[in-house]
Ligand binder design. Structure first.
Ligand code: FRU
Length: 581
């Protein structure tokens, strides 16, 4: 659907020409447009095409665009239409309205910024393009090679992840109309190996109940919801005037969704009431759902995914409360080396993370289908990852072999909208298999790169660093490993045996001036001896793991040239697996 070239054919291109140059006072005529006031105009689409390409300027003011078909509003979106220069284009899909005799955009420019002249002088009007395809060729030097990214536009949280019939499905908070947070929609990508991803479209879009915030999806094997056996049922937050919960189902393995006619299925009068995570609880043979409400989690149960009973609340007095609780998950896992099962509750929090901004905390305890009981003291906070770029972590439903496969959004709300890319913004972390392990009287979450990553390695290991690789470091004691380039940019990784810590210093890693919050030194406690490190390097990120899963740290870096040198001080040896395709 999204071809790699734009066909600029005469038939598919509608050129709109300003007849008089714009000035602040003069009214300017633009063909196919009506200017109604200083902030309101109508743009008429008179030829049929697959897309209208909208020119975006990230620093321009937000325009609210209503798509009008035959006098009725059929869609609304917010986009920063270019006032005086174009950063990039985004596609408005016109296929749903093909054959329309009266297609128009009713556009309001919000705010008061119009110091570049009259509205009719905006650059965007002359540069709107009707086209039959949208060019998605990568234009970004920082786009990772083996991490999932949106083909274009903004991405935040992973949503509705599930596995079915050999395919991993990842939905994500997507803005298809710009590379900053806005217009929340569920984008969809699929993979058969958790490494190579294909974008499938945006199957869940906003409606009268609001934009589509985070949530989850389950494979309803028995058809309990009445949408058919094996239907995929998604539950998400409708973010309108209030936050409410809605469901939608798919009978084609997640490609398209039908919204349940009687949405929303769950309401509240609390402002922060979101991110439902649903799972089948075999212990009680019912569905459970966990949802973040203000500073605690609500736990519900249901027989049919529509009618939800509030069972209990957890967390007001537990863990970190430096920010809003969001994006929960709850799962039963085996404790390594034992026959014991415990439950882990994931709670993403923003801000309040160990190094500022967003982070993922978790609680270990018991859950009987009704109530979660945390086994550690209320003041104990456990972090799943000690980097700055690991947020909104949740797991796939229905993963094979009882696995708990998690993916995070690899950014931080402190600077996510400012990182130096334009065509798209943000990547996911590499997939990680979660389990539980015991250390000095506490149970912790083990975080191990999913086995699919080792399967993606070439047979031959080398000693030279590449921009997309896995570096395996064997340690016989404390060591400092520096990755650098000939621009003097560097990332310093230090394992300190004495203090039993691992640290990553990105203060001199490359571009950092886009935010005062970016330069950072992150430090993780090491549980036991760190004998092997796995470093996943992919153009703009470094994820460090203790091979046994007892430490994880994910950080973004923006070197102006790839790091190509490794310096090792101390008792360490390394090999590199090139993961560049
Ligand atoms: C977390 C979050 C969620 C919300 C979504 C909106 O990053 O704030 O709580 O559903 O992002 O995009």
């Amino acid at each position: 659907m999204y071809n790699k070239t734009i066909l600029h054919t005469a038939a598919s291109l509608l050129l709109l020409v300003a007849t008089v140059p714009a000035t602040a006072q003069q009214k300017v005529e633009v063909k196919n447009m009506n200017f109604l006031s200083s902030n309101h105009c109508i743009y008429r689409i008179s030829k049929s095409s697959n897309y209208l390409l909208l020119p975006v300027q990230e620093k321009a003011e937000m325009c609210n665009v209503k798509v009008v078909d035959n006098n009725n509003q059929v869609k609304t979106l917010n986009v920063r239409l270019a006032a005086n220069h174009i950063d990039y284009y985004v596609p408005l899909d016109l296929n749903p309205y093909s054959g329309s005799k009266g297609l128009a955009l009713d556009i309001h420019v919000n705010g008061t910024y119009r110091n570049d002249g009259d509205l009719s002088g905006f650059t965007c009007w002359k540069n709107m393009q009707l086209a039959d395809s949208f060019d998605t060729t990568n234009r970004e030097q920082y786009r990772p090679i083996y991490h999932h990214t949106p083909t274009w536009g903004w991405m935040n949280d992973p949503n509705g992840m599930f596995y079915k019939d050999g395919v991993w499905h990842l939905y994500f908070q997507h803005n298809p109309y710009g590379s900053q947070w806005e217009n929340m929609t569920w984008g969809h990508s699929t993979s058969t190996d958790l490494v190579n991803w294909t974008f499938e479209g945006d199957p869940i879009e906003s409606d009268v109940w609001g934009t589509v915030f985070s949530g989850s999806a389950v494979v309803d094997h028995d058809g309990t919801a009445g949408f058919g056996k094996g239907a995929v049922v998604a539950m998400y937050t409708s973010a309108g005037e209030n936050q409410t919960q809605s469901i939608a189902y798919s009978n084609d393995n997640g490609k398209t969704f039908t919204k349940y006619a009687a949405n929303p299925v769950l309401t509240s009068n609390t402002p922060d009431f979101r991110d439902p995570h649903v799972f089948w609880n075999e212990d009680i043979k019912r569905w459970n759902m966990i949802l973040a409400e203000g500073q605690h989690m609500n736990i519900y149960s249901s027989a049919d995914l529509k009618d939800w009973k509030l069972e209990s609340q957890f967390g007001a007095e537990y863990g970190n409360h430096g920010g809003v609780w969001e994006c929960p998950d709850l799962m039963k896992m085996k404790v390594r080396g034992t026959d014991e099962y415990k439950w882990m509750l994931i709670c993403n929090i923003n801000p309040g993370g160990p190094f500022g901004g967003s982070a993922t905390q978790y609680f270990v305890g018991q859950f009987d289908g009704h109530k979660f009981t945390c086994e550690s003291a209320p003041e104990v906070t456990k972090w799943m990852d000690y980097g700055k770029d690991h947020y909104a972590t949740v797991t796939f439903d229905n993963a094979p072999d009882g696995r708990h496969v998690a993916m995070a959004w690899m950014s931080n709300w402190q600077y996510a909208n400012l990182v130096p890319t334009m065509q798209y913004r943000s990547a996911n972390s590499v997939p990680r298999d979660l389990d539980l392990y015991e250390y000095e009287g506490q149970t912790y979450c083990g975080v191990t790169p999913s086995p699919e990553l080792a399967a993606a390695r070439p047979k031959k290991a080398v000693k030279t660093l590449s921009e997309a690789c896995e570096m395996v470091v064997t340690l016989k004691g404390g060591a400092t490993i520096t990755l650098s380039n000939d621009k003097g940019e560097q990332v310093v990784l230090t394992y300190d045996e004495k203090s039993r810590t691992f640290a990553m210093d990105r203060t001199k890693s490359g571009l950092k001036d886009f935010s005062d919050e970016f330069a950072a030194l992150t430090v993780a406690p090491v549980h036991g001896k760190l004998s092997q490190l796995r470093l996943f390097i992919d153009r703009c990120s470094i994820e460090a793991f203790a091979s046994d899963g007892t430490m994880a740290m994910s950080n973004l870096v923006f070197p102006t040239k790839p790091y190509n040198r490794v310096t090792v001080k101390g008792k360490a040896k390394y090999v590199v697996y090139n993961l560049k395709k």
